[in-house]
Design a protein around this ligand. Structure first.
Ligand code: PLP
Length: 375
C-alpha cells in the first residue's frame, strides 16, 4: 500500500474520477481567494473527524511541522510559556518524516547524520512508558506538547500497552500539555478503526462518542487521506488551539487545493462506503492468527504483531543483519511485495480492500518463503 497510503486500493475508480473531474475544472487557486471546493472540504473533513478546524497541507512531514508550529504558538500565546522556551516531548525510535526539524529529534542515524545543526526544543522519552512521560511532563513548566505515533510504524510496528494512549492523554490534560497524535500511517482505517486513537471502536467515522476514543488535541493525517492518489495531509484541532494561527502566518501554495480537496473527500467516502475499518480489523486478526500457527513451529520467524492490517513479522536474526531484506527479495520472487523496517523486521501493510481469499493467498506465500530460510 506504499507505506499505508493506498488503503483504498490502487487507482480506486471513485478517487481517480474525482481527481480527473476536478483537474479538468480547476486545479489551483491562490489561497488568498475563495474557490468552491476548499470550504466544502473543510466542512466535510472536520465533521468526519469531529474537530472544529482543519489546516490542509500536502505531505505528512509538512503536517507534522504544522502541528509543531501550532503547538509552539499555543504554548506562548495561551499557556504563557516564555518566548523560545517551549519544549515538545517525543518518543525514542519515532518516525515523523524527513524535514530538518523532524530529523532533529529522530534517533535514526541514517536519517540524521550530516544533516545538522539540529533544531532545539525537543525532549525524547521511551515509547510506551508512562512513568517517563509523567517525569518529563512534570519536570519543567515549559512543556508544550507530546507528539506520539499511536502505533510506531517505521520503528517496526510497535503496538503500545492497551491503556497507554488514554493515560498519556490524561497526563497531558492534567498538565495543560497538548496531546498530538501523528496518525499519518495509522489513520484512515489502517489499524481496524478509523483512527488508532479510536481504540476498539469499529464505526467508520465520528468515533468521539465511543468510550475507547482518546481525543487528540491535535490530529495529524496524510498518506491514505487521499487514497495515495495525490499528496494530501491535514492537521485538525479545535478552535482554542487552531485559532492561534492567523491568516498569513502559515500556509502552503498547494495546501487544500481543489484537486486535493476533491480527492480527499472521495477517499474518505470510500472508507465509509466499503467499511474498510471493519475489513482491516477482521483480516488483520486472521493474518496474525494464521501466521502465529506457523511461528509456533518456526525457527526463522519469532513473532507477529500489529493491529488491523498494520503488522510486522520479526525474524530470528539481529537488527543489523540482512535477513529480512533477503526474505523480502524471496517474497518478491514468490509474488508478494513487502519491505523490511529493520534487518530483522518485515512490515506487511496491504491495501485494505483485499478479501479473505487474497489475504490467505498472501499468508501462504509468506509461510512458503519463510520456510525457505529455515535452518
Ligand atoms: N509521520 C508518520 C507516522 C509516518 O509514518 C510518515 C511517513 O512514513 C510521516 C509522518 C511522513 O510522511 P511523508 O512521507 O508524507 O512526509
Amino acid at each position: 500500500s506504499a507505506y499505508s497510503a493506498v488503503n483504498q486500493g490502487h487507482c480506486h475508480p471513485k478517487i481517480v474520477n474525482a481527481m480527473m473531474e476536478q483537474a479538468k475544472t480547476l486545479a489551483l487557486t491562490s489561497r488568498a481567494f475563495y474557490n468552491d471546493k476548499l470550504g466544502v472540504y473543510e466542512k466535510y473533513v472536520t465533521e468526519y473527524f469531529g474537530f472544529d478546524k482543519v489546516l490542509p497541507m500536502n505531505t505528512g512531514a509538512e503536517a507534522v511541522e504544522t502541528a509543531l508550529k501550532i503547538c509552539r504558538k499555543w504554548a506562548y500565546e495561551k499557556k504563557g510559556i516564555a518566548e523560545n522556551q517551549a519544549q515538545i516531548i517525543v518518543c525514542e525510535n519515532n518516525f515523523h518524516g524527513r524535514t530538518t526539524t523532524i530529523i532533529s529529534f529522530s534517533n535514526d542515524e541514517n536519517a540524521r547524520k550530516n544533516f545538522g545543526p539540529y533544531t532545539d526544543g525537543f525532549i525524547k522519552i521511551a515509547y510506551d512508558d508512562l512513568d517517563a512521560l509523567e517525569h518529563a511532563i512534570t519536570s519543567s513548566k515549559n512543556i508544550a506538547g507530546f507528539l506520539v505515533e499511536p502505533i510506531q510504524g517505521e520503528a517496526g510496528v510497535y503496538v503500545p500497552s492497551e491503556d497507554y494512549l488514554a493515560k498519556a492523554k490524561a497526563l497531558c490534560e492534567a498538565n495543560n500539555v497538548l496531546f498530538i497524535a501523528d496518525e499519518v500511517q495509522t489513520g484512515i482505517a489502517r489499524t481496524g478503526s478509523l483512527l488508532a486513537v479510536c481504540g476498539n471502536c469499529t464505526c467508520e467515522a465520528k468515533c468521539e462518542k465511543q468510550p475507547s476514543y482518546v481525543q487528540p488535541d491535535v490530529l495529524i493525517l496524510g498518506k491514505a487521506l487521499s487514497g495515495g492518489a495525490y499528496p494530501v495531509s491535514a492537521v485538525l484541532a479545535n478552535n482554542e488551539i487552531m485559532n492561534v494561527i492567523k491568516p498569513g502566518q502559515h500556509g502552503s501554495t498547494f495546501g487544500g487545493n481543489p484537486v486535493a480537496a476533491a480527492v480527499a473527500m472521495a477517499a474518505l467516502d470510500v472508507v465509509n462506503e466499503e467499511s474498510l475499518s471493519q475489513n482491516a480489523r477482521v483480516l488483520g486478526k486472521l493474518f496474525r492468527s494464521e501466521l502465529q500457527k506457523y511461528i509456533d513451529t518456526s525457527s526463522i520467524a519469532t513473532l507477529v504483531r500489529g493491529k488491523g492490517l498494520l503488522n510486522a513479522v520479526v525474524i530470528n536474526d539481529t537488527e543489523e543483519s540482512d535477513t529480512a531484506w533477503n526474505i523480502c527479495m524471496a517474497l518478491r520472487d514468490n509474488g508478494l511485495l513487502a519491505k523490511p523496517t529493520h534487518g530483522n523486521i518485515i512490515r506487511f501493510a496491504p491495501p485494505l480492500v483485499m478479501n479473505e481469499e487474497q489475504l490467505l493467498d498472501c499468508v501462504s506465500i509468506i509461510i512458503k518463503t519463510l520456510k525457505q530460510f529455515e535452518k
